[in-house]
Design a protein around this ligand. Sequence first.
Ligand SMILES: Nc1nc2c(ncn2[C@@H]2O[C@H](COP(=O)(O)OP(=O)(O)OP(=O)(O)O)[C@@H](O)[C@H]2O)c(=O)[nH]1
Ligand SMILES: [Mg+2]
Length: 266
Amino acid sequence: MSSGRTVLSNNVAKDRIVSKFQQAYHADATPYQKMNFHPKVKAASSENRTGTVGLKISKAVIVGDVSVGKTCFVNRFCHDLFDRDYKATIGVDFEVEKFSILSTNFTLQIWDTAGQERFKCIAASYYRGANVVIVAFDLSDEESLNNVEKWMVDASENANDPVKFLVGNKRDLLSEAAYEDIESRAVEKANKLGAEFWAVSAKNGLNVREFFFRAVCLTYDSLLLNELESTKTVSSKQIGSNLISIQKENTDLYEAKNKQKSKCCS
Ligand SMILES: Nc1nc2c(ncn2[C@@H]2O[C@H](COP(=O)(O)OP(=O)(O)OP(=O)(O)O)[C@@H](O)[C@H]2O)c(=O)[nH]1
Ligand SMILES: [Mg+2]
């Protein structure tokens, strides 16, 4: 979380409070047609019956070709920063963002993976269990759009029934006409992949906050709905043991990240 932000008593920054359901970027380019939180999700949130959803850490992974702007996109959202110099991501990096959705705390871990082929072995081990898969491409580079299928297939393989997005970055580089041209092809791809399309700019911040709010709204809604429908009564004992395994898994991930970096990047 960037410094200088107003942080509330629940440890969530003021600009991470989600009280309205964020709409899709383009109504014709999404498989997610819901326009609001499910009534059961709203009721459970207001009555504080959110089970393990508010306690767990959800996971998002961002993948895509080299230099499409994955790191800049994450940094724009998490730190409100933009770096014009390219620094390749080595393996993976991650950020943790805390939200308050309908007054429930919700934590998203954002795994920013390397696009370079030589780091693929490291990056791929972080796709497991992802709740959100973000395939990024560069709107000004057609080739990066041609490669999105393989990224989506790889990243979704071991994910956890993820919410899928196709994000075109560097919108600031395109004229309106050039954008419209690539947009129609991107929308076609997104529909084929069963993903929701967004056009953003990490450089000027266009649609970046809206995108992440959309991602957490869809994820929170579907995770809580699943939980409400599958475990009508979750005992506090179960919640306790789930939490221990989640915390352990998290610790393992941190350790694995360091181990794998030293193994694969030599
Ligand atoms: N004009 C413009 N440039 C951008 C934008 N986003 C990123 N860039 C530039 O694109 C280059 C690559 O950005 P990165 O975020 O490092 O790319 P990446 O996808 O993380 O690359 P890898 O980590 O190697 O996979 C940098 O020089 C950025 O300044 C954007 O929205 N607009
Ligand atoms: Mg990067």
